[in-house]
Design a protein around this ligand. Sequence first.
Ligand code: CTP
Ligand code: CA
Length: 233
Amino acid sequence: LARGDLPRDLAGRRVVVSAGGTREALDPVRFLGNRSSGLQGYALARTAAARGARVTLVAANVALPDPAGIGVVAVESAEDMRKAVLEAAQGPGGAADAVVMAAAVADFRPAGYRNSKIKKEPGAGPAPIALVQNPDILAELAARPRGGQVVVGFAAETDDVLANGRAKLARKGCDLLVVNRVGADLTFGRPDNEAVILAADGAAPTEVPRGAKEALADVVWDLVAARLAPPGG
Ligand code: CTP
Ligand code: CA
């Protein structure tokens, strides 16, 4: 894709993007994980950089090369991601202008980490795995005092995509929610995506037809840019 013709409307802005899927360790060799490839988050990060932003990319378990000119923070678990995202959103040099949570954060983690590999016990069935809920990073980002920082979530839905998306937007308290329909063959690891983007400010939903993940990223940044406070203001 030729990215040279993009607007430089994010010049002077600092943004944080999360990508990939967290892994929740059970023991030194096993984890609970998900199918996120990180492609959409990486497309968002590259697109923001191409439009002039300084980008921090918090990446969980992706098999993708670091994009040129973008600071990548590698994390594994939801807890790691929470720390890295909150720190980057706050920033040493002032709060980021926007945070986009494209990562698939595991909702639950094993209640206890076992320092030794779990073994089969002769004659006994497998022990159940107790889970506890992970913190909701997006909801936490949205609920903090955040000045004009624009907070964007992604919602993966398999059913009742719009109704679930609206309810999720309200529940999370973010400014924009990018809702995509997921299924084993619909989104994960594919170069293309389609979505409807819901806005908390009452703007009409934005339908993004199936296309490159870069194209969806551009629409997301258009909607973010329209909601940023004037530079220096
Ligand atoms: N998210 C997060 N922290 C979590 C779970 C999700 O920050 N512990 C973020 C994701 O990065 C995404 C958004 O919340 O931007 C929505 O994720 P999703 O899994 O669709 O929403 P959930 O609230 O976890 O609801 P569900 O029960 O449908 O999984
Ligand atoms: Ca979830």
